[in-house]
Each structure stands twice: as C-alpha cells, then as structure tokens.
Design a protein. Structure first.
Lengths: 379, 295
C-alpha cells in the first residue's frame, strides 16, 4: 500500500464549523487546517466536542453552520458512503457475523471490486496489520488488540484520503496501548494517509502526533506540534491538560529586558523568562513538575522559596512530591529515581528549599481562546 | 439473592410443584385419554389403543382443517415478522413521546379483546369483499401477532452496536445493503423466535378465525370446538390434541437448539475449538457485542 503516497491529498479544512445539539454548541466555530499526510490529533476532555468534530468530517453529523473542506471540495451534501474518508470506531464496530476476511472485504464488495482484486487487497491489508493467519476467525474469537487491527485494516483497504480514528485504543489495557501507539504511528508513516486521531489521553497524543489541536468546550485552545504545546502552552487550560502542571496566581509589572519579576503572595517574587512576560496585572505562572528543583532547607538565592514536603508518591521511575511553599502555593515536583538513595530520601514533613528556575517559569494568557495567534506563532 | 429460610424454602418448593401440577396435569390427562380404549373419556382406564389416532388421521375434514391452520399460521407469521422488522427499525430511530405513542399503538392488539378486533375486522371485510375469506383470517392473525414480533425483534435490534450501521455506511454501503448484509443477519435469531411465536399465536387463535373464516373452511381450532360437542368425535379430538402437544414440544426444542446454533455461527463465540488467540497481545477475547437477547 506504499504506492498510496499521494502528495497533497487528504487535506482537511474546517471553516468556522459549528454544530449545535439543542441549545448546546458542541462544536463552536472551529477553524482548523489539517495538513495532508500527517498524524493529527484532536485532544481534549470528554464532552469537549472532539468526537463531534470527527463525526462532522465523516459525515455522520451535519454542521449547523460552517464547512468541511476535503482537498478544497465542500463535503456538504456528500453522504458518509461517498466521502473518501474512513473511520475506525471507538467500539471498532466489527461485524460479528462475518469472518475477519469478510469484514475487511466488506467495503470492496460494496464497491463491486472484482473478486481477484478483493482477495489480493484484503490479503495486503491483513498483512499490513499482521493478521494474515487469522483471516478465517470471527471477531468474537480475537483479542481486543487484534480486533482493533481488523478495524484498521477494514478502513485502510479502501485507500481513503483521510483516516479518522475515534479513541481506537480506549478499550485496551495500558501495556497494549503503548505498543499499539508505536505500531499506529509506524503504520501511518508507511501508508502516508492523513490520520485524524481523537483522544483524551495527552500522553498518547504527544507520542504519536505530528500536530495536535487541543479542544475545550467546542473551541480550539491551541493547535501546534507536540513539542510546542508542551514547552510553550498558550494558556492555563493547555498547560493543565497536557500534563500535571503547577499553576500559580501572580501579579506582573511588565518586562525588564528579557525577563519579568512577578509577585507571588506573602512577599515572595520570582523572575520569569518565558511566555508572555510583557503582560501586566493578574497573570498565571506555570512550571512543570520535572522542572521544579528541590534543595536542602536554608538555601538562598533568586527564585528560591522555602517549603515543606506534604506528600510523597512513589512512581517507580521517579518520586512525585507535593511541596507546600511559604508563598501559599502547593507545587508538585518530580524527582527522578536515579540514585540508590532517592526513594528513601524523601518523606512527608521534610523542610526543603524550592528552586523555580527563571527559564522554566512561564507567564500564561488567561485561557480565552486566542488560539489563532498562538497556533501561528508555534508553527 | 437473599438467602431463604428453611421454612421459606419449603413453602417455595410446595408452591413450585403445585404450579407445575396445575400447569401440566391437564396435558398429561389428555395424552393418557388419547390412548384409552373407550369412547368416553372417563376413569377407570380401559386398556391401550392407537385407534383414535388412526381415526383422526382418516378424518379428511380434520386433517384438512389442520393443514389449513398451518398454512394460515405460516403466512401470518411471515407477514407479522416482516412488519415487525419494519416497525422495530422505525421505533429504533424514535425518542421520547413519539416513541411511547408509536409503541402504544403498535402493541394495542395485546390488550384489545380479540373478539372486538374480530367484529371490527368482520365489518371491514364485508365492506371490502362480500364474503369472509381466509385472507381476512391471515390479516387478522398478523395484526394480533405483530406485537409479539416487535417485542422479540426490537430488544435484539437495540442490543446491536449502532456504530455498526455507521461503519457499514462509512465503508460505502447503501442503507439497503446495510440492512441486507449487517442488520438482518444479526437479527436472525430474533427473527426465528418471532416466526415461532407468531406461528403459535395464529395457529391456536379461535375468536378472529371463527368470525372471519368462511363456514365451509374451518381452521383447526374451530373444527376442534365444533367436534368436541359431538361425543362420537371426542376421542379423535383428544388424539389430535396429544399430537399437537408433542409437536409443540418438538418445536420448542428445535427452536431453542436452532437459536443457539445460529448464535454460535453468528459470533463464532465457541473459542475452545478455535485454539488460543495468538500474537503478541494474546488475551482473553471479549465479544464485540452482547449476544444474549431476551429471546
């Protein structure tokens, strides 16, 4: 199926796409460009409208207003059966009464593809997902991971321009998920089809995607590459959703040079070098747990705040600590478990000095969807 | 379940067996008297005979009535099941008050006395054609069987993953192809159940048939009813009754066996014969959809 590398095909544009269910706007005037041939994720909490967006692209829902463009063509009025788009469903939706072979052949037979070609293409598709030896099984005789691959083969065999995946790994256990994440990504690279992947799992999205759109309440908070999203979240929602982040209320007075001093409560202040340092007034300052440094109590210097460990969680590869700071905030710190003593060195009640490096602190916008500027800047 | 006290369990046992006796003794009595060598069905028993069976099957009127009823029941069963599929597909798409209303109308024949339906149908038939006909009986039986068909088919339809329909459409199938290749095959066990229930409903229905059947063409229950009042025919009627009971038992056993076979074929759930799942992610297979319907 490598001959499917169609340059410039499978490009999806959403133009002020809106979908109302009764009074509720599930999708609220989304503008989004999904580039051709990439792995694009729609990431957001449940009920944020990501699945509805996917269903609008597939044609299962009709937009209240706005457009879905596929390679520039307006898809309005084109039924799902006529769109060059196929879907891998969350429940897989395999046909339980048909053998794996017939499940995969279903779409080809509806398109009246000659029998020989059906056999050849189904064979190729099953090979692609490494299920050739299970072609005669019924879906009920397969494991969850195998069923997921049948669903993939069934959609890919039709050579769609865009493959839509609705949380396809949601029903699998953690170990299998991680394995299939890698497989899916490799598969996408090999077939070169545009993948639009819906998930609420930020780790999954970060692992697999070329680009991610973070969706909240039917709007896009930020669309950027995984690295940019993680390193330069546009607002508090994105920072929070992309991983455990420490958000602190602060007040800013604007920049001096390439840094800004922001005041925290109780007379503490820190220097911040990243994010929107030119903002003034009430802001949010964010730092990720792995960037929080813990030093022995009594240490002094810039950006250092005394605190006390209030909770210790052993994670295996690291230790997650909750530290209550003298500024009134509680921050989460992640200490790598790279030393014989790490696991036993930390305990609740331990006094520490918390170092928040200026390069790790970011001033964030207030979370109102100002996504277009951010997505532009992040590209 | 709450544990039952010793006394309670004794009470339940008595209740259960009393229930069984009440239900089955009449049937047993019928079978016993069908082989009793006497023209009067009364105790004491007077020896074994198969005479009544020979007489019954030699009675052309009786066998004709029996065949007539079977044909009517088959056609009515097919018709009611076909209508039941359509009605269930429609009901599946409905919500809220519209659903409640539509369901109430469709299930109405369950609560309307058959005799009222019969009178109404008779008036209608006489408006359309001058004479009562067997076609009218078939139609009447389809009406009373339709609720049973819906009650069997709709839950099965609801248990199917709605994403399967969308998947079929997504893969390029038309709505008709989706029905033909996905929905109907998955409904098969329910359709078999529906056919049997509708068949039985029509087969022993008396009120509607007695109003609508032409006088020279009695169905089997009508013939039985008129014969039972003729003492000379009573033993034959009893013999036929015994055969019908045996037939019903056979039907139920075959139907249940067939349903299980269809379920297994449908989903291929018989994992023990399929060998262990292989591959790097071998795990206990979980079926994609619940296969246990109410049927």
């Amino acid at each position: 199926m490598t001959d499917r590398q169609q340059q410039g095909k499978g490009q999806v544009s959403l133009v002020s796409l809106t979908k109302h269910f009764g009074p509720i706007a599930a999708v609220d005037a989304i503008d989004l460009d999904i580039p051709s041939g990439g792995f694009f994720s729609l990431l957001g909490p449940s009920g944020c409208g990501k699945t509805t967006t996917l269903r609008l692209i597939a044609g299962f829902e009709q937009p209240t207003s706005g457009q879905v463009l596929l390679d520039g063509r307006d898809m309005a009025g084109t039924p799902p059966s006529k769109r060059p788009v196929n879907t891998v469903f969350q429940s897989y939706a395999l046909f339980p009464h048909l053998r794996v072979f017939d499940n995969v052949a279903f779409g080809l037979r509806r398109a009246h593809v000659p029998r020989d070609e059906v056999r050849r293409r189904v064979g190729e598709a099953l090979e692609l997902v490494q299920l050739s030896d299970l072609a005669a099984r019924k879906p009920g005789q397969l494991s969850g991971g195998q069923q997921q691959r049948v669903a993939l083969a069934r959609a890919l065999v039709l050579r769609p321009e865009v493959l839509l995946l609705d949380e396809p790994l949601g029903a699998l256990d953690a170990k299998l998920r991680r394995q299939l994440q890698v497989e899916l990504k490799q598969l996408q690279t090999r077939v070169g089809i545009t993948f639009v992947y819906v998930t609420h799992d930020q780790e999954e999205a970060l692992t697999m995607s070329d680009r991610i759109a973070v969706i909240n309440r039917g709007r896009i908070e930020q669309a950027a590459s995984p690295r940019d999203l993680y390193e330069e979240p546009a607002n508090a929602f994105v920072a929070d959703f992309l991983g455990v982040s420490n958000l602190m209320d602060a007040s800013a007075n604007g920049p001096s040079g390439d840094a800004a001093q922001v005041r925290l409560a109780n007379g503490f202040s820190v220097e911040v070098r990243r994010g929107e340092i030119s903002r003034r007034g009430e802001v949010k300052v964010v730092i990720r747990p792995e960037r929080v440094m813990l030093e022995p109590a009594g240490g002094t210097g810039p950006n250092r705040i005394p605190g006390m460990v209030t909770n210790v969680v052993y994670l295996g590869s690291g230790i997650q600590l909750a530290v209550h700071l003298a500024s009134g905030h509680t921050v989460t710190a992640l200490v790598p478990n790279n030393d014989d003593d790490t696991a036993s060195a930390w305990s609740s009640g331990l006094a520490v000095t918390c170092y928040l490096p200026a390069n790790a602190l970011r001033v964030l916008g207030d979370g109102v969807a100002t996504n277009q500027q951010h997505s532009g800047a992040a590209t | 379940m709450r544990p039952v006290s010793r006394f309670g369990s004794l009470g339940l046992g008595i209740y259960f067996w009393a229930f069984v006796v009440f239900l089955f003794v009449p049937l047993v009595v019928l079978v016993i008297f069908s082989v009793n060598n006497s023209t009067i069905p009364a105790l004491p028993l007077s020896g074994f005979t198969t005479r009544w069976f020979h007489l019954a099957f030699g009675n052309g009127e009786l066998t004709t009535a029996l065949v007539r009823s079977v044909v009517i029941a088959l056609v009515a069963g097919l018709l009611a099941t076909a209508l039941g599929i359509m009605a269930s597909l429609g009901l599946l798409a409905m919500r809220g008050r519209a659903l409640a209303l539509a369901l109430a109308v469709l299930l109405l024949p369950l609560v309307v006395p058959y005799i009222c339906l019969a009178v109404g149908l008779l008036i209608l038939v006489q408006e359309v054609s001058a004479q009562p006909t067997l076609v009218a009986v078939v139609l009447g039986h389809s009406v009373i069987a339709l609720p049973f068909a819906i009650l069997v088919i709709l839950p099965r339809l609801r248990s199917l993953d709605p994403a399967m329909n969308e998947a079929a459409l997504d893969l390029g199938a038309s709505s008709f192809a989706t029905l033909r290749y996905i929905t109907l095959p998955l409904l098969a066990p329910a359709l078999v159940s529906s056919m049997i229930i509708c068949f039985v409903t029509s087969f022993d229905e008396f009120a509607i048939a007695s109003f609508l059947a032409p006088s020279g063409q009695p169905t089997y229950p009508i013939f039985l009813y008129t014969s039972a009042r003729t003492p000379a025919l009573l033993p034959e009627v009893i013999a036929i009754g015994a055969i019908i009971i045996a037939g019903s038992l056979l039907l139920v056993v075959l139907a249940e066996g067939g349903r299980r076979w269809a379920e297994r074929r449908l989903v291929g759930a018989d994992v023990s014969h399929a060998g262990e799942p292989t591959g790097p992610d071998a795990e206990v297979p979980e079926p994609v959809l619940a296969t246990t319907g109410p049927n």
